[in-house]
Design a binder for this molecule. Structure first.
Ligand code: GLA
Length: 374
């Protein structure tokens, strides 16, 4: 299934790990509606690893863990659909999944059929326990699942997750994937946000409409709790994550427990202009206007002719990188100015030549810029 926008949703892994259950998923679907996250655009409710029984059934089919999902997966998918949301599930290209449940290796077509029967709309497809003898040609197996999904009779978004290894950037689009995990796993620390962000610097030519770079699930709001909780981050650091992921066309898949998300977390996740940048229908490739590795300025031309600009600071001291009109295709004295609206403070700034605003440590100034006659 082709999707022209990065998917928005929620995934169970960051907070619950393999301790998923029917109750957690149905309550989460309720919360996504009640908190207004659905109205903001978040639509996929995705069960990650741990939903499966330890072995396949005698007929070779995948089966859910009967204690975690006593009514099966279809009942949960139906519940999620009943809320006007979409339903996602997880499997793996290897013999076993990363948390050691049965993988889809050599079962691709029957598993795609099972997922279609259950009403799955999104498949996250991982890469653990992939046979060593097939590593050199692992793309064949992503293509095989992509082909199986394309022909299974249901529109299922294919979210490939091989962490960007084995040259995935070169072949992933041939598999039918809509998103590709271009990083290793996230944890809820500033170091993790920073290293994922910096790892994307050189792979933007592979990003955009057709197959979006997936920077892994958000940790926004986790505050050190849950499966990948570790130390947690500050509000400022979560805002930087949200801004960077949005500007980079990444799927925005919430990882925190939305059932008890606080007001600040919800406000951040629902920020209208940030979501507008992320969901821009053009889905263009982001570009960097400076070459400061640790305080980059990233930008992206939007369908409306506006320009999204993010001045990021991944260092521990304040930074200040000028926004200069020629970097955005405008002449220095060409009769055009740029009016920048700060996405988080809603302040506006007119740039007739250069704008230089300080960015706090671990922070961001994210703008939408509109070109106007001078
Ligand atoms: C891998 C993936 C994670 C998560 C776990 C589940 O590590 O990269 O996102 O799905 O497996 O076991």
């Amino acid at each position: 299934m082709i999707s022209y926008k990065p998917p928005l949703g929620w995934n169970s892994w960051n907070y619950f790990g393999k301790n998923v259950s029917e109750r957690i998923i149905t309550e989460t679907a309720d919360a996504i509606v009640e908190t207004g996250l659905k109205d903001a655009g978040y639509e996929y409710v995705i069960i990650d690893d741990g939903w499966q029984a330890k072995q396949r059934a005698e007929n070779g089919r995948l089966v859910p863990d009967p204690l975690k999902f006593p009514n099966g997966i279809k009942a949960v998918a139906d519940y999620v659909h009943g809320k006007g949301l979409k339903f996602g599930l997880y499997s793996c290209a290897g013999l076993r999944t990363c948390a050691d449940y049965p993988g889809s290796y050599d079962h691709e077509f029957e598993d795609a059929e099972t997922f279609a029967e259950w009403g799955v709309d999104y498949l996250k497809y991982d890469f653990c326990h992939f046979p060593v003898y097939d590593h050199e040609q692992c793309w064949l197996f992503f293509r095989r699942m992509g082909t199986a999904l394309a022909g299974c009779g249901r529109k299922i978004l294919f979210a490939a997750c091989n962490w960007g290894i084995n040259g995935a950037r070169e072949w992933i689009k041939t598999s039918g994937a809509t998103t590709w995990r271009s990083t290793l796993d996230i944890v809820d620390t500033w170091e993790s946000i920073k290293s994922i962000a910096l790892s994307q610097n050189d792979i933007q030519p592979y990003n955009g409409l057709g197959c979006f770079n997936d920077l892994d699930m958000l940790t926004v709001g986790m505050k050190g709790r849950g499966n990948v909780g570790i130390t947690g981050c500050t509000e400022n650091e979560y805002r930087t994550q949200m801004s960077f992921w949005a500007l980079m066309n990444s799927p925005l898949i919430i990882g925190t427990d939305v059932r008890d998300a606080d007001e600040n977390t919800l406000k951040m996740l629902k920020n209208r202009m940030t979501l507008e940048i992320n969901q821009d229908p053009a889905g263009r490739q982001p570009f960097m206007t400076n070459r400061h590795r640790e305080h980059p300025v990233w930008a992206r031309l939007l369908d409306s002719g506006k320009i999204a600009v993010g001045c990021f600071n991944f260092t521990d001291s304040p930074s200040c990188d000028p926004i200069i009109l020629p970097d955005y295709g405008l002449a220095r004295v060409g009769g055009k100015n740029m009016i920048l609206t700060d996405v988080w403070t809603e302040e506006t700034f007119e740039v007739s030549d250069i704008l230089c605003r300080s960015v706090e440590p671990h922070g961001v100034n994210l703008y939408i810029g509109e070109i106007k006659n001078a």
